[in-house]
Design a protein around this ligand. Structure first.
Ligand code: NAD
Length: 445
């Protein structure tokens, strides 16, 4: 197979294709990237930032067209696609200037300074759920640090990557940014090649494989992996706010979000009221294709992932969960809003990343029990708690990189996007995050 076909997940229709990189093409791209890096890395930080900013400026007028392509290929609605593409285009300049500041040499003692120098060639391997933003947040700091970059987009969203990052690549010196298309085979070839770093966003299973393949040459790694984010609703929480967040956090991007709310633990004293409100809110969500007005749950990316979501719901039903809305009878490619209660730890939804628009609720009697259930996971990306007095103490006990207290997880401004436990290490954004893409040198005079 030499070409990769991309499908509209709403209709199953082929919408385009790209060439798959051969093993030889991977090696040639790395050689070219390595050569191009020498001149690129020799430029000043400001010169690199100017070139990157100019390349992003070239995309401004195409935000609407690129958003439609993203929506069509990935399935999120037009407004959300516009948020992702428009956000990535404006983040280009912002991240570039933030990265310039991060890579400036710094005095640490009399006669001694820290320098941040390029590593060489960085492979960025990206997922399909936010195919523009996730790649973007790693590519910009990697470039500003003076590295050349090879992007391997997801095989499920090749077209948007080809157009968005292909245009950026054309606006930069030859070989500084390249896009190699293909599935896991191309990803594996790239990881095993002579790149100096792999910046990966994707699943835990693939993260394990990348670590193993990177071991022989001790490649630098950034690992932004999956999550199974819990939410705790305390008895003194504002139930309306908690219910709105529970639904929005579970249904965003059709549940296909690394920080999707996957497990909700609610105090038994307020559980009934909370569940009723959740169902009222969830009923208002509408499934459909990206271009249909009023749709806020798009299709599931492909048949395999749809089957996974259905099987997780069916497993919960078989093990005693009560269906308050939706359920396991679903017609591909959509999952109608689903609300389950009476979840238990032996259910797949509790243990794995479900990645579908499902609100999964358990009732608890004590806060200790809720915290234990919330932390009972290998993952630790985000965690959320809604409550009044005592909420900070509960938040303090949650094992996650991003904690939301009476709001969503993930923060704002230049806060890093960061996981704990097996949700990975290394992160997107912030000065410390940008510096992952550099070699620190201690120079004493
Ligand atoms: P995935 O791990 O299946 O694939 C991600 C990328 O890795 C794709 O480009 C794929 O082709 C490539 N790949 C597959 N096998 C490989 C291998 N052995 N070596 C190298 N590359 C390989 O993930 P996905 O299904 O595309 O994305 C969904 C996952 O990503 C979820 O687990 C989600 O939580 C996670 N995610 C995490 C974040 C975060 O910031 N932590 C953000 C978005 C998505």
């Amino acid at each position: 197979m030499t070409t990769l076909v991309s499908y509209d997940p709403s209709t199953g229709e082929a919408i385009g294709e790209v060439d798959i990189a051969t093993a030889q093409a991977v090696n040639e791209a790395v050689t070219q990237a390595s050569k191009a890096q020498k001149a690129w890395g020799a430029l000043t930080l400001e010169a690199r930032a100017a070139a990157v900013t100019k390349a992003y400026d070239g995309l401004i007028e195409q935000v609407a067209a690129l958003s439609d392509l993203l929506a069509k290929e990935q399935g999120k609605d037009r407004r959300r696609a516009n948020g992702e593409v428009g956000g990535a285009v404006s983040m280009g300049e912002y991240l570039a200037s933030e990265a310039v500041a991060a890579f400036k040499s710094q005095p640490v003692a009399r006669g001694t300074e820290l320098q941040y120098r390029p590593l060489g060639v960085v492979a960025v391997i990206a997922p399909w759920n936010y195919p523009v933003m996730m790649a973007n947040n790693l590519i910009v700091p990697a470039l500003i640090a003076g590295n050349s970059v090879i992007l391997k987009p997801s095989e499920h969203t090749p077209l948007i990557a080809e157009v968005f990052f292909g245009q950026l690549a054309e606006a930069l010196p030859d070989g500084v940014l390249q896009v190699l298309q293909g599935d896991g085979d191309v990803g594996r070839a790239l990881v095993s090649s002579d790149v100096q770093m792999v910046a990966f966003t994707g699943s835990k299973a693939v993260g394990h494989d990348i670590m193993a393949r990177s071991a022989p040459t001790l490649k630098r790694l950034v690992m932004e992996l999956g999550g199974n984010d819990p939410m705790i609703v305390m008895a003194n929480a504002n139930i309306d706010n908690a219910a709105y967040f529970a639904v929005a956090g579970s249904f965003e991007n059709a549940g296909q979000m690394c920080t999707s709310i996957e497990r909700i633990y609610v105090d038994r004293a307020v559980a009934e009221a909370f569940e009723q409100r959740v169902v009222q809110i969830a009923r208002q969500y509408k499934t459909g294709p990206w271009h249909q007005a009023g749709v806020n749950i798009g299709p599931i990316i492909n048949a395999k992932q749809h089957q996974t979501v259905v099987s997780h719901i069916a497993d919960a039903e078989a093990k005693g969960a009560t269906v308050l809305l939706g359920g396991s009878e679903q017609t591909a490619p959509y999952i109608k809003p689903t609300v389950l209660t009476g979840m238990s730890r032996d259910m797949l939804i509790e243990q794995q990343e479900t990645f579908g628009p499902v609100v999964a609720i358990s009732r608890f009697d004590t806060v200790d029990e809720a915290v234990a259930r919330a932390n009972d996971s290998d993952y630790g990306l985000g965690a959320v708690v809604f409550g009044g007095a005592g909420v900070e103490a509960v938040a303090e006990r949650l094992e996650a990189g991003m904690i939301g207290i009476n709001q969503g997880q993930g923060g704002g401004g230049n806060a890093p996007w960061v996981g704990a436990k097996q949700s990975g290490y290394g992160y997107h954004g912030s000065a410390e995050g940008h510096r992952q893409f550099s070699q620190v040198r201690v120079v004493s005079r």
